[in-house]
Design a protein around this ligand. Structure first.
Ligand code: PEP
Ligand code: MG
Length: 569
Protein backbone atom coordinates (compact mmCIF):
# COMPACT_ATOMS: atom_id res chain seq x y z
CA UNK A 1 0.00 0.00 0.00
CA UNK A 2 1.18 3.52 -0.79
CA UNK A 3 0.25 6.33 1.53
CA UNK A 4 -0.30 10.03 0.96
CA UNK A 5 -2.54 12.84 2.11
CA UNK A 6 -6.25 12.26 1.79
CA UNK A 7 -7.23 15.46 -0.02
CA UNK A 8 -10.67 14.76 -1.42
CA UNK A 9 -12.94 12.19 0.22
CA UNK A 10 -14.35 9.18 -1.58
CA UNK A 11 -13.21 5.81 -2.86
CA UNK A 12 -11.75 5.46 -6.37
CA UNK A 13 -11.28 2.16 -8.19
CA UNK A 14 -10.03 1.97 -11.75
CA UNK A 15 -7.12 1.76 -14.15
CA UNK A 16 -4.15 4.04 -13.78
CA UNK A 17 -3.24 6.56 -16.44
CA UNK A 18 0.18 7.94 -15.66
CA UNK A 19 0.47 11.39 -17.16
CA UNK A 20 4.00 11.99 -18.35
CA UNK A 21 5.49 15.36 -18.97
CA UNK A 22 5.78 16.29 -22.65
CA UNK A 23 9.13 16.83 -24.37
CA UNK A 24 9.40 20.57 -24.59
CA UNK A 25 12.98 20.70 -25.87
CA UNK A 26 13.25 23.75 -28.14
CA UNK A 27 17.01 23.80 -28.58
CA UNK A 28 16.69 22.95 -32.29
CA UNK A 29 14.29 25.79 -33.09
CA UNK A 30 16.05 28.40 -35.26
CA UNK A 31 15.73 32.17 -34.66
CA UNK A 32 13.68 33.54 -37.51
CA UNK A 33 14.12 37.25 -36.96
CA UNK A 34 12.77 39.65 -34.38
CA UNK A 35 9.49 40.52 -36.09
CA UNK A 36 8.73 36.92 -36.90
CA UNK A 37 9.46 35.70 -33.35
CA UNK A 38 7.38 38.49 -31.84
CA UNK A 39 4.50 37.56 -34.11
CA UNK A 40 4.85 33.89 -33.10
CA UNK A 41 4.77 34.88 -29.43
CA UNK A 42 1.71 37.10 -29.88
CA UNK A 43 -0.10 34.36 -31.77
CA UNK A 44 0.73 31.70 -29.18
CA UNK A 45 -0.32 33.98 -26.31
CA UNK A 46 -3.62 34.75 -28.02
CA UNK A 47 -4.31 31.08 -28.70
CA UNK A 48 -3.50 30.05 -25.14
CA UNK A 49 -5.52 32.92 -23.74
CA UNK A 50 -8.49 31.92 -25.87
CA UNK A 51 -8.19 28.28 -24.83
CA UNK A 52 -7.96 29.22 -21.16
CA UNK A 53 -11.01 31.49 -21.48
CA UNK A 54 -13.01 28.67 -23.04
CA UNK A 55 -11.90 26.33 -20.27
CA UNK A 56 -12.76 28.93 -17.61
CA UNK A 57 -16.22 29.41 -19.09
CA UNK A 58 -16.82 25.68 -19.11
CA UNK A 59 -15.49 25.30 -15.58
CA UNK A 60 -17.72 28.13 -14.35
CA UNK A 61 -20.73 26.43 -15.84
CA UNK A 62 -19.79 22.98 -14.58
CA UNK A 63 -18.50 23.72 -11.10
CA UNK A 64 -18.91 27.40 -10.31
CA UNK A 65 -17.11 30.67 -10.62
CA UNK A 66 -14.62 30.04 -7.81
CA UNK A 67 -13.26 26.97 -9.62
CA UNK A 68 -12.40 29.06 -12.68
CA UNK A 69 -10.49 31.64 -10.68
CA UNK A 70 -7.15 29.90 -11.16
CA UNK A 71 -7.60 29.98 -14.91
CA UNK A 72 -8.70 33.60 -14.91
CA UNK A 73 -5.54 34.35 -12.92
CA UNK A 74 -3.46 32.70 -15.63
CA UNK A 75 -5.19 34.70 -18.34
CA UNK A 76 -4.42 37.87 -16.43
CA UNK A 77 -0.77 36.92 -16.13
CA UNK A 78 -0.63 36.19 -19.84
CA UNK A 79 -2.00 39.63 -20.65
CA UNK A 80 0.17 41.38 -18.12
CA UNK A 81 2.46 43.79 -20.06
CA UNK A 82 5.07 43.35 -17.34
CA UNK A 83 5.45 39.71 -18.28
CA UNK A 84 4.98 39.95 -22.05
CA UNK A 85 7.23 43.03 -22.14
CA UNK A 86 10.05 41.01 -20.65
CA UNK A 87 9.50 38.29 -23.24
CA UNK A 88 9.70 40.82 -26.05
CA UNK A 89 12.93 42.15 -24.59
CA UNK A 90 14.33 38.63 -24.73
CA UNK A 91 13.35 38.38 -28.39
CA UNK A 92 14.91 41.78 -29.11
CA UNK A 93 18.11 40.35 -27.65
CA UNK A 94 18.08 37.63 -30.33
CA UNK A 95 16.22 34.79 -28.64
CA UNK A 96 13.47 32.63 -30.09
CA UNK A 97 9.92 32.99 -28.75
CA UNK A 98 10.37 29.62 -27.00
CA UNK A 99 13.56 30.73 -25.27
CA UNK A 100 11.91 34.03 -24.27
CA UNK A 101 8.92 32.25 -22.72
CA UNK A 102 11.15 29.76 -20.96
CA UNK A 103 13.49 32.38 -19.50
CA UNK A 104 10.85 34.85 -18.32
CA UNK A 105 8.52 32.22 -16.84
CA UNK A 106 11.57 30.56 -15.29
CA UNK A 107 12.58 33.72 -13.45
CA UNK A 108 9.02 34.24 -12.12
CA UNK A 109 8.85 30.61 -11.01
CA UNK A 110 12.17 30.95 -9.17
CA UNK A 111 10.89 34.07 -7.44
CA UNK A 112 7.52 32.66 -6.37
CA UNK A 113 8.73 29.22 -5.37
CA UNK A 114 11.10 30.77 -2.81
CA UNK A 115 8.28 32.54 -0.99
CA UNK A 116 6.97 31.62 2.46
CA UNK A 117 3.32 31.93 1.63
CA UNK A 118 1.77 28.78 0.23
CA UNK A 119 -0.56 30.73 -2.04
CA UNK A 120 2.42 32.56 -3.49
CA UNK A 121 4.30 29.32 -4.00
CA UNK A 122 1.23 27.98 -5.74
CA UNK A 123 1.61 30.81 -8.22
CA UNK A 124 4.87 29.20 -9.33
CA UNK A 125 2.85 26.14 -10.37
CA UNK A 126 0.42 28.36 -12.27
CA UNK A 127 3.24 30.04 -14.19
CA UNK A 128 4.87 26.67 -14.87
CA UNK A 129 1.57 25.60 -16.35
CA UNK A 130 1.41 28.71 -18.49
CA UNK A 131 4.96 28.10 -19.74
CA UNK A 132 4.03 24.55 -20.75
CA UNK A 133 0.94 25.72 -22.60
CA UNK A 134 2.87 28.41 -24.49
CA UNK A 135 5.68 26.01 -25.40
CA UNK A 136 3.24 23.29 -26.48
CA UNK A 137 1.61 25.82 -28.77
CA UNK A 138 4.86 27.25 -30.14
CA UNK A 139 6.31 23.79 -30.76
CA UNK A 140 3.09 22.61 -32.43
CA UNK A 141 2.68 19.72 -29.96
CA UNK A 142 -0.63 18.10 -29.19
CA UNK A 143 -2.58 19.63 -26.31
CA UNK A 144 -2.98 16.96 -23.65
CA UNK A 145 -6.69 16.32 -23.41
CA UNK A 146 -7.64 14.51 -20.25
CA UNK A 147 -11.30 15.10 -21.02
CA UNK A 148 -11.19 12.03 -23.25
CA UNK A 149 -9.64 9.62 -20.76
CA UNK A 150 -11.74 6.42 -20.57
CA UNK A 151 -14.29 6.04 -17.78
CA UNK A 152 -12.83 4.69 -14.55
CA UNK A 153 -9.44 6.34 -15.06
CA UNK A 154 -7.25 6.95 -12.04
CA UNK A 155 -4.99 9.82 -13.05
CA UNK A 156 -1.47 9.69 -11.71
CA UNK A 157 1.12 12.45 -12.11
CA UNK A 158 3.99 14.08 -10.34
CA UNK A 159 1.82 17.16 -10.00
CA UNK A 160 -1.37 18.29 -11.69
CA UNK A 161 -1.19 21.74 -13.10
CA UNK A 162 -4.43 23.72 -12.80
CA UNK A 163 -5.25 23.43 -16.48
CA UNK A 164 -4.68 19.67 -16.46
CA UNK A 165 -7.08 19.44 -13.56
CA UNK A 166 -9.61 21.46 -15.49
CA UNK A 167 -9.73 18.88 -18.29
CA UNK A 168 -10.81 16.27 -15.78
CA UNK A 169 -14.39 15.05 -15.80
CA UNK A 170 -16.09 13.28 -12.96
CA UNK A 171 -17.70 10.93 -15.50
CA UNK A 172 -14.40 9.44 -16.54
CA UNK A 173 -11.94 10.17 -13.77
CA UNK A 174 -12.41 7.93 -10.73
CA UNK A 175 -9.50 9.29 -8.76
CA UNK A 176 -6.44 11.51 -8.71
CA UNK A 177 -3.02 10.64 -7.28
CA UNK A 178 -0.03 12.95 -7.23
CA UNK A 179 3.46 12.95 -5.79
CA UNK A 180 3.33 16.54 -4.58
CA UNK A 181 0.65 18.74 -3.07
CA UNK A 182 -1.34 18.74 0.14
CA UNK A 183 -4.87 19.48 1.27
CA UNK A 184 -4.64 23.15 0.36
CA UNK A 185 -3.04 22.82 -3.09
CA UNK A 186 -5.06 23.85 -6.11
CA UNK A 187 -5.36 20.23 -7.22
CA UNK A 188 -6.93 19.40 -3.86
CA UNK A 189 -9.33 22.33 -3.98
CA UNK A 190 -10.47 21.48 -7.49
CA UNK A 191 -10.69 17.75 -6.77
CA UNK A 192 -12.96 18.52 -3.84
CA UNK A 193 -15.03 20.90 -5.95
CA UNK A 194 -15.46 18.17 -8.57
CA UNK A 195 -15.97 15.57 -5.83
CA UNK A 196 -13.31 13.30 -7.25
CA UNK A 197 -11.39 11.28 -4.65
CA UNK A 198 -7.78 12.45 -4.42
CA UNK A 199 -4.69 11.26 -2.61
CA UNK A 200 -1.88 13.75 -2.94
CA UNK A 201 1.73 13.74 -1.83
CA UNK A 202 2.31 10.03 -2.50
CA UNK A 203 6.10 9.64 -2.77
CA UNK A 204 7.19 7.92 -6.01
CA UNK A 205 3.61 7.51 -7.28
CA UNK A 206 4.38 8.42 -10.90
CA UNK A 207 7.24 5.91 -11.11
CA UNK A 208 5.77 3.09 -9.00
CA UNK A 209 2.37 3.10 -10.66
CA UNK A 210 2.18 2.17 -14.36
CA UNK A 211 -0.53 3.00 -16.85
CA UNK A 212 -2.99 0.11 -16.90
CA UNK A 213 -2.40 -0.97 -13.28
CA UNK A 214 -5.56 -1.56 -11.27
CA UNK A 215 -5.73 0.93 -8.41
CA UNK A 216 -8.02 1.21 -5.39
CA UNK A 217 -7.72 4.40 -3.38
CA UNK A 218 -9.33 6.09 -0.43
CA UNK A 219 -9.31 9.89 -0.60
CA UNK A 220 -10.06 10.26 3.07
CA UNK A 221 -7.51 7.89 4.59
CA UNK A 222 -4.91 8.65 1.88
CA UNK A 223 -4.45 4.94 1.05
CA UNK A 224 -3.57 3.65 -2.43
CA UNK A 225 -3.55 -0.07 -3.31
CA UNK A 226 -1.83 -1.25 -6.51
CA UNK A 227 -3.36 -4.34 -8.11
CA UNK A 228 -5.35 -5.07 -4.93
CA UNK A 229 -6.22 -8.66 -4.04
CA UNK A 230 -9.82 -9.78 -4.30
CA UNK A 231 -10.65 -9.11 -0.67
CA UNK A 232 -9.33 -5.56 -0.73
CA UNK A 233 -11.11 -4.90 -4.00
CA UNK A 234 -14.43 -6.19 -2.63
CA UNK A 235 -13.96 -4.12 0.50
CA UNK A 236 -13.24 -1.00 -1.56
CA UNK A 237 -16.20 -1.63 -3.85
CA UNK A 238 -18.53 -1.91 -0.87
CA UNK A 239 -17.12 1.27 0.66
CA UNK A 240 -17.41 3.08 -2.64
CA UNK A 241 -21.06 2.17 -2.96
CA UNK A 242 -21.80 3.18 0.61
CA UNK A 243 -19.95 6.48 0.20
CA UNK A 244 -21.71 7.35 -3.04
CA UNK A 245 -25.13 6.43 -1.71
CA UNK A 246 -24.54 8.57 1.36
CA UNK A 247 -23.23 11.51 -0.66
CA UNK A 248 -26.15 11.46 -3.06
CA UNK A 249 -28.60 11.26 -0.23
CA UNK A 250 -26.96 14.13 1.65
CA UNK A 251 -26.97 16.43 -1.39
CA UNK A 252 -30.64 16.91 -0.74
CA UNK A 253 -29.62 18.93 2.29
CA UNK A 254 -27.46 21.44 0.39
CA UNK A 255 -28.91 24.92 0.42
CA UNK A 256 -31.62 23.90 2.89
CA UNK A 257 -32.04 25.62 6.24
CA UNK A 258 -30.98 23.69 9.33
CA UNK A 259 -34.13 22.97 11.29
CA UNK A 260 -35.29 20.22 13.61
CA UNK A 261 -38.32 18.10 12.76
CA UNK A 262 -40.61 20.79 14.21
CA UNK A 263 -39.06 23.42 11.99
CA UNK A 264 -37.06 25.11 14.78
CA UNK A 265 -33.91 26.61 13.24
CA UNK A 266 -30.42 26.03 14.66
CA UNK A 267 -27.16 27.43 13.33
CA UNK A 268 -24.84 24.95 11.60
CA UNK A 269 -21.30 26.23 11.18
CA UNK A 270 -17.95 24.74 10.17
CA UNK A 271 -14.55 24.52 11.82
CA UNK A 272 -11.57 25.62 9.74
CA UNK A 273 -7.81 25.86 10.20
CA UNK A 274 -6.79 28.05 7.27
CA UNK A 275 -8.50 30.69 5.16
CA UNK A 276 -8.32 28.27 2.21
CA UNK A 277 -10.63 25.86 4.04
CA UNK A 278 -13.40 28.43 4.11
CA UNK A 279 -14.36 27.88 0.47
CA UNK A 280 -14.87 24.15 0.99
CA UNK A 281 -16.88 24.90 4.13
CA UNK A 282 -19.15 27.21 2.17
CA UNK A 283 -19.59 24.66 -0.59
CA UNK A 284 -20.48 22.02 1.95
CA UNK A 285 -23.31 24.16 3.22
CA UNK A 286 -21.80 25.80 6.31
CA UNK A 287 -23.89 28.78 7.45
CA UNK A 288 -20.95 30.38 9.23
CA UNK A 289 -17.58 29.60 10.78
CA UNK A 290 -17.88 28.42 14.36
CA UNK A 291 -14.18 27.91 14.98
CA UNK A 292 -11.22 29.24 13.02
CA UNK A 293 -8.20 27.64 14.71
CA UNK A 294 -5.71 30.43 14.08
CA UNK A 295 -2.70 28.46 15.30
CA UNK A 296 -2.49 26.94 11.81
CA UNK A 297 -1.52 30.37 10.49
CA UNK A 298 1.44 30.27 12.86
CA UNK A 299 2.58 26.74 11.98
CA UNK A 300 4.95 25.45 9.28
CA UNK A 301 6.92 28.66 9.07
CA UNK A 302 9.97 30.25 10.62
CA UNK A 303 8.53 33.37 12.22
CA UNK A 304 5.36 35.05 13.43
CA UNK A 305 2.77 36.21 10.90
CA UNK A 306 2.55 40.01 11.10
CA UNK A 307 -0.53 42.16 11.61
CA UNK A 308 -1.16 42.74 7.90
CA UNK A 309 -0.75 39.09 7.00
CA UNK A 310 -3.10 38.00 9.78
CA UNK A 311 -5.60 40.70 8.92
CA UNK A 312 -5.67 39.58 5.30
CA UNK A 313 -6.18 35.96 6.30
CA UNK A 314 -9.07 36.80 8.65
CA UNK A 315 -10.61 39.26 6.21
CA UNK A 316 -10.52 36.69 3.42
CA UNK A 317 -12.81 34.44 5.46
CA UNK A 318 -14.98 37.36 6.59
CA UNK A 319 -15.47 38.40 2.95
CA UNK A 320 -16.37 34.89 1.83
CA UNK A 321 -18.87 34.64 4.69
CA UNK A 322 -20.16 38.21 4.42
CA UNK A 323 -23.51 38.43 6.20
CA UNK A 324 -22.72 35.29 8.21
CA UNK A 325 -20.82 34.85 11.46
CA UNK A 326 -17.11 34.04 11.58
CA UNK A 327 -15.85 33.04 15.03
CA UNK A 328 -12.07 33.32 15.20
CA UNK A 329 -10.23 31.79 18.13
CA UNK A 330 -7.10 33.57 19.30
CA UNK A 331 -3.83 31.64 19.29
CA UNK A 332 -4.17 28.28 21.06
CA UNK A 333 -0.58 27.07 21.49
CA UNK A 334 0.97 24.68 23.96
CA UNK A 335 -0.32 21.31 25.05
CA UNK A 336 -0.24 19.18 21.91
CA UNK A 337 0.18 22.26 19.71
CA UNK A 338 3.82 23.22 19.38
CA UNK A 339 5.22 26.05 17.28
CA UNK A 340 9.01 25.62 17.28
CA UNK A 341 10.03 29.25 16.70
CA UNK A 342 8.10 30.38 19.78
CA UNK A 343 10.57 28.34 21.83
CA UNK A 344 7.93 27.33 24.36
CA UNK A 345 9.55 26.01 27.49
CA UNK A 346 9.52 22.26 28.01
CA UNK A 347 7.01 21.56 30.74
CA UNK A 348 6.29 18.55 32.95
CA UNK A 349 2.57 18.80 32.20
CA UNK A 350 2.10 20.76 28.99
CA UNK A 351 -1.69 20.31 28.96
CA UNK A 352 -1.83 21.96 32.36
CA UNK A 353 0.86 24.46 31.57
CA UNK A 354 1.64 27.81 30.07
CA UNK A 355 -0.63 27.54 27.04
CA UNK A 356 -3.43 29.19 25.04
CA UNK A 357 -4.89 32.32 26.74
CA UNK A 358 -2.35 32.03 29.57
CA UNK A 359 0.54 32.26 27.13
CA UNK A 360 -1.05 35.02 25.05
CA UNK A 361 -1.79 37.27 28.03
CA UNK A 362 1.90 37.08 28.94
CA UNK A 363 3.13 37.65 25.37
CA UNK A 364 1.68 41.12 25.06
CA UNK A 365 3.21 42.08 21.70
CA UNK A 366 2.18 38.85 20.04
CA UNK A 367 -1.37 39.08 21.40
CA UNK A 368 -1.83 42.76 20.61
CA UNK A 369 -0.80 42.03 17.03
CA UNK A 370 -3.46 39.36 16.74
CA UNK A 371 -6.18 41.45 18.41
CA UNK A 372 -5.38 44.44 16.19
CA UNK A 373 -5.49 42.21 13.10
CA UNK A 374 -8.87 40.79 14.17
CA UNK A 375 -10.35 44.21 14.89
CA UNK A 376 -9.17 45.55 11.54
CA UNK A 377 -10.32 42.45 9.66
CA UNK A 378 -13.79 43.01 11.11
CA UNK A 379 -14.04 46.55 9.71
CA UNK A 380 -15.69 45.80 6.38
CA UNK A 381 -18.20 43.07 7.12
CA UNK A 382 -18.65 43.37 10.90
CA UNK A 383 -19.14 39.62 11.07
CA UNK A 384 -16.03 38.55 12.99
CA UNK A 385 -16.32 37.43 16.61
CA UNK A 386 -13.28 36.81 18.79
CA UNK A 387 -13.10 33.68 20.97
CA UNK A 388 -10.71 32.95 23.83
CA UNK A 389 -9.37 29.40 24.32
CA UNK A 390 -8.81 27.55 27.60
CA UNK A 391 -10.43 30.12 29.83
CA UNK A 392 -10.57 29.15 33.52
CA UNK A 393 -11.55 32.40 35.19
CA UNK A 394 -13.11 35.84 34.85
CA UNK A 395 -9.71 37.48 35.19
CA UNK A 396 -8.73 36.12 31.78
CA UNK A 397 -11.75 37.61 30.01
CA UNK A 398 -11.16 40.91 31.77
CA UNK A 399 -7.48 40.98 30.84
CA UNK A 400 -8.23 40.08 27.22
CA UNK A 401 -10.99 42.68 27.06
CA UNK A 402 -8.68 45.33 28.45
CA UNK A 403 -6.14 44.53 25.75
CA UNK A 404 -8.87 44.62 23.13
CA UNK A 405 -9.95 48.07 24.29
CA UNK A 406 -6.34 49.24 24.23
CA UNK A 407 -5.98 47.91 20.69
CA UNK A 408 -9.11 49.82 19.67
CA UNK A 409 -7.69 53.05 21.10
CA UNK A 410 -4.43 52.54 19.26
CA UNK A 411 -6.19 51.86 15.97
CA UNK A 412 -8.46 54.86 16.40
CA UNK A 413 -5.44 57.07 17.11
CA UNK A 414 -3.79 55.76 13.97
CA UNK A 415 -6.92 56.42 11.94
CA UNK A 416 -7.26 52.76 10.97
CA UNK A 417 -10.69 51.23 10.36
CA UNK A 418 -11.88 48.50 12.73
CA UNK A 419 -15.02 46.92 14.17
CA UNK A 420 -15.80 49.00 17.25
CA UNK A 421 -18.40 46.55 18.58
CA UNK A 422 -16.65 43.25 17.86
CA UNK A 423 -17.91 40.53 20.20
CA UNK A 424 -15.70 38.63 22.63
CA UNK A 425 -16.69 35.11 23.61
CA UNK A 426 -15.09 32.21 25.44
CA UNK A 427 -14.58 28.56 24.80
CA UNK A 428 -15.88 26.45 27.61
CA UNK A 429 -13.36 23.66 27.63
CA UNK A 430 -12.15 23.40 31.21
CA UNK A 431 -14.08 22.11 34.24
CA UNK A 432 -13.43 25.47 35.93
CA UNK A 433 -15.11 27.38 33.12
CA UNK A 434 -18.00 24.95 33.15
CA UNK A 435 -18.46 25.31 36.91
CA UNK A 436 -18.52 29.10 36.77
CA UNK A 437 -20.34 29.35 33.43
CA UNK A 438 -22.96 31.54 35.15
CA UNK A 439 -20.28 34.05 36.15
CA UNK A 440 -18.50 33.94 32.80
CA UNK A 441 -21.81 34.47 31.03
CA UNK A 442 -22.08 37.88 32.70
CA UNK A 443 -18.99 39.08 30.86
CA UNK A 444 -18.72 36.95 27.74
CA UNK A 445 -20.73 37.80 24.65
CA UNK A 446 -21.13 34.13 23.72
CA UNK A 447 -19.97 30.61 24.60
CA UNK A 448 -18.69 27.77 22.48
CA UNK A 449 -18.23 24.41 24.18
CA UNK A 450 -14.95 22.71 23.28
CA UNK A 451 -15.77 19.11 24.07
CA UNK A 452 -12.40 17.82 22.87
CA UNK A 453 -10.66 19.48 25.78
CA UNK A 454 -13.63 19.55 28.16
CA UNK A 455 -13.68 15.74 27.98
CA UNK A 456 -9.93 15.46 28.57
CA UNK A 457 -9.89 17.83 31.55
CA UNK A 458 -13.15 16.66 33.12
CA UNK A 459 -12.11 13.01 33.00
CA UNK A 460 -8.38 13.65 33.58
CA UNK A 461 -7.66 11.65 30.42
CA UNK A 462 -5.01 12.77 27.94
CA UNK A 463 -6.87 13.14 24.63
CA UNK A 464 -3.84 11.97 22.65
CA UNK A 465 -2.66 9.00 24.72
CA UNK A 466 -3.67 5.67 23.13
CA UNK A 467 -3.17 3.87 26.47
CA UNK A 468 -6.16 5.67 27.95
CA UNK A 469 -8.13 6.20 24.74
CA UNK A 470 -10.81 3.83 26.06
CA UNK A 471 -11.51 6.24 28.90
CA UNK A 472 -11.78 9.30 26.69
CA UNK A 473 -15.46 9.72 25.93
CA UNK A 474 -18.05 12.51 25.93
CA UNK A 475 -20.65 9.91 26.92
CA UNK A 476 -19.39 10.02 30.50
CA UNK A 477 -22.16 11.45 32.67
CA UNK A 478 -19.73 14.00 34.11
CA UNK A 479 -19.12 15.44 30.64
CA UNK A 480 -22.79 15.38 29.73
CA UNK A 481 -23.84 17.09 32.98
CA UNK A 482 -21.17 19.67 32.37
CA UNK A 483 -22.45 20.39 28.86
CA UNK A 484 -26.02 20.62 30.14
CA UNK A 485 -25.11 23.10 32.84
CA UNK A 486 -23.11 25.31 30.48
CA UNK A 487 -26.01 25.51 28.04
CA UNK A 488 -28.37 26.29 30.92
CA UNK A 489 -26.12 29.05 32.23
CA UNK A 490 -25.91 30.63 28.79
CA UNK A 491 -29.70 30.49 28.38
CA UNK A 492 -30.25 32.06 31.78
CA UNK A 493 -27.88 34.89 30.95
CA UNK A 494 -29.38 35.27 27.47
CA UNK A 495 -26.18 34.72 25.48
CA UNK A 496 -25.82 32.34 22.53
CA UNK A 497 -24.09 29.01 23.10
CA UNK A 498 -22.51 26.77 20.48
CA UNK A 499 -20.32 23.71 20.39
CA UNK A 500 -17.20 23.36 18.26
CA UNK A 501 -15.75 20.13 19.65
CA UNK A 502 -16.13 16.88 17.71
CA UNK A 503 -19.15 15.89 19.80
CA UNK A 504 -21.28 18.43 17.89
CA UNK A 505 -21.24 16.10 14.87
CA UNK A 506 -21.94 12.90 16.77
CA UNK A 507 -25.36 11.59 15.71
CA UNK A 508 -25.74 9.87 19.08
CA UNK A 509 -25.31 13.14 20.99
CA UNK A 510 -27.25 15.48 18.72
CA UNK A 511 -30.67 14.71 20.31
CA UNK A 512 -29.26 15.66 23.73
CA UNK A 513 -27.79 18.89 22.42
CA UNK A 514 -31.08 19.74 20.71
CA UNK A 515 -33.03 19.00 23.83
CA UNK A 516 -30.83 21.28 25.92
CA UNK A 517 -31.27 24.01 23.32
CA UNK A 518 -27.76 24.35 21.88
CA UNK A 519 -27.94 27.32 19.50
CA UNK A 520 -25.09 26.52 17.16
CA UNK A 521 -23.33 23.35 16.00
CA UNK A 522 -19.86 23.80 14.49
CA UNK A 523 -18.47 20.73 12.75
CA UNK A 524 -15.84 19.85 10.14
CA UNK A 525 -16.87 20.85 6.61
CA UNK A 526 -17.30 17.23 5.56
CA UNK A 527 -19.77 16.66 8.42
CA UNK A 528 -22.05 19.65 7.72
CA UNK A 529 -24.65 17.93 5.57
CA UNK A 530 -24.81 14.77 7.69
CA UNK A 531 -25.31 16.95 10.77
CA UNK A 532 -28.05 18.96 9.05
CA UNK A 533 -29.78 15.73 8.21
CA UNK A 534 -29.53 14.33 11.75
CA UNK A 535 -30.89 17.56 13.22
CA UNK A 536 -33.81 17.45 10.79
CA UNK A 537 -34.84 14.01 12.03
CA UNK A 538 -35.49 15.00 15.67
CA UNK A 539 -38.54 16.74 17.06
CA UNK A 540 -38.17 18.55 20.37
CA UNK A 541 -40.42 16.03 22.10
CA UNK A 542 -38.44 13.02 20.87
CA UNK A 543 -35.15 14.67 21.74
CA UNK A 544 -36.44 15.53 25.22
CA UNK A 545 -37.53 11.93 25.81
CA UNK A 546 -34.16 10.54 24.73
CA UNK A 547 -32.34 13.11 26.85
CA UNK A 548 -34.40 12.25 29.94
CA UNK A 549 -33.74 8.55 29.53
CA UNK A 550 -30.02 9.00 28.80
CA UNK A 551 -29.48 11.29 31.78
CA UNK A 552 -31.19 8.82 34.09
CA UNK A 553 -28.51 6.25 33.27
CA UNK A 554 -25.31 6.18 35.28
CA UNK A 555 -22.60 4.34 33.36
CA UNK A 556 -20.73 5.32 30.21
CA UNK A 557 -21.56 1.95 28.71
CA UNK A 558 -25.24 2.31 29.49
CA UNK A 559 -25.49 5.86 28.15
CA UNK A 560 -23.44 5.23 25.04
CA UNK A 561 -25.25 1.96 24.30
CA UNK A 562 -28.64 3.59 24.70
CA UNK A 563 -27.82 6.71 22.65
CA UNK A 564 -26.20 4.65 19.88
CA UNK A 565 -29.31 2.48 19.70
CA UNK A 566 -31.43 5.62 19.26
CA UNK A 567 -29.47 6.98 16.28
CA UNK A 568 -31.92 7.65 13.46
CA UNK A 569 -30.82 6.10 10.18
C1 PEP B 1 -11.96 21.58 21.72
O1 PEP B 1 -11.10 21.54 22.61
O2 PEP B 1 -13.05 20.99 21.80
C2 PEP B 1 -11.74 22.36 20.50
C3 PEP B 1 -12.70 22.54 19.63
O3 PEP B 1 -10.52 22.88 20.28
P1 PEP B 1 -9.20 22.06 19.89
O4 PEP B 1 -9.63 20.71 19.40
O5 PEP B 1 -8.53 22.88 18.89
O6 PEP B 1 -8.46 21.99 21.20
MG1 MG C 1 -9.49 22.94 22.80
Amino acid sequence: MLKGTGASAGVGIGRALVVKEQNLDFSGVPFSGQEQEKARLTEAAAAVSQRLSAMAAEMTQRVGEHAAEILSGQIMMLNDPFMTGQMEEQIAAGNTAEAAVDAVCGSFIAMFSGMEDELMRQRATDIGDLRTRLLVNLLGLEDMDLAHAPAGTILVAKDFTPSMTVGIRRENVAGIITEVGGRTSHSAILARALEIPAVLGVPGAASQIHSGDTVAMDGELGHVYLDPDERTLKDYQARQEAFEAQRQMLKEYLGKPTVNADGRPVALYANIGKPEDAQAALEKGAEGIGLFRTEFLFMDREDLPGEEEQMNAYRQVAALFAGKEVIIRTLDVGGDKDIPYLHLEKEENPFLGHRAIRYCLDEVDLYMTQLRALLRAGADYKNIKIMLPLVTGLEEIRAARAMLEKAKKELAAQGLAFDESIQLGVMIETPAASQIADLLAQEADFFSIGTNDLTQYTLAVDRGNPQVAGLYTPFHPAVLRSIASVIRAAKEAGIPVGMCGEAAADPALIPLLLSWGLDEFSVSASAVLATRRTISLWSQKEADDVRAEAMSLSSVKGIQGYLSSMIKK
